[in-house]
Write a protein that binds this ligand. Sequence first.
Ligand SMILES: [Zn+2]
Length: 313
Amino acid sequence: MKRDVTVHPLASPWGRFSLYSFFIDAPEAAIVDTGIASSPAEGMAPALASLGRSIEDVRWILLTHGHIDHVGGAHALWELTGRRAQLVIHAADAPLLRSRQAHVDEYACGRGRYLGDPDGAASQAKAAQTIISGEVEPTLLLHGGERLPLGGGVTVCAHSIPGHTAGSVAYVIDGQNDAFVGDAVQVHGAANGFPGYVDPDAYRSSLRYLRDEVRPRHLYLGHPYRTAAGTPYGLRLDRKQAAAALTESLDVEARVRDAAEQAVLAGLTENDSPYSPFDSAAAALGYTGDPRLEPSPFFTTLHGYRARLTRQL
Ligand SMILES: [Zn+2]
């Protein structure tokens, strides 16, 4: 019987957040997600050295999606591998790897519309400049369904799981069903206490697909997402915890959907509430977190429901 491939978590702190990356110790070693610009040199290199491995051994850089705290270190890590690693991302999120400006545009088209911050776009541009180590062209573009060879018969399947972003991907180690999903499973959200996704219908379908079809033996999350009690999940969820987190994420999505639909159908009006124009949805959900704290999942998500309902009406 073939021995399981070992997975080592690599965590790096960033402000209120904890960024998780993962080292897949295959013959052609892989790192899932890259943190921010400083993460590869300051977090990953020493962590790999303590495992007796070198960052130069890494042959695959697998990005779960294009957000700044996942692709920020990609260029730096790729350079540390002598540009020998494959740099892998879904086609729909590839613009976020190629271009810092794409992050500013995404902000302006979504949550930025509600934050009313005249300096918002400039702050985003500054953050992209410092947090992203470099603009880089991916070496392999995914569309979902690809099987990546990590040597010695180890393969990883890339599943398209849009919702959190259009190009979110689950990387699943074949045969042992370890699934790396980045931010595609939000439960109650991370530090902001609210789940973030741009496309509610896709988010719901992807959660169902993960729970009912992929059925992970281990689920690796991109941040310490929280339970209903506010307790953060650990780095690795076992099969039972994974199924529970997926069901809980679906329940939370259903509650947010109800509140969003009622608010939109009642008519959205601008007002002085920090949750404006979705203040009635925040009240219905009992959400008292600060909706302006970046990355503002409250506005990203509510805007997604609003756009979907507006298309339908
Ligand atoms: Zn994200």
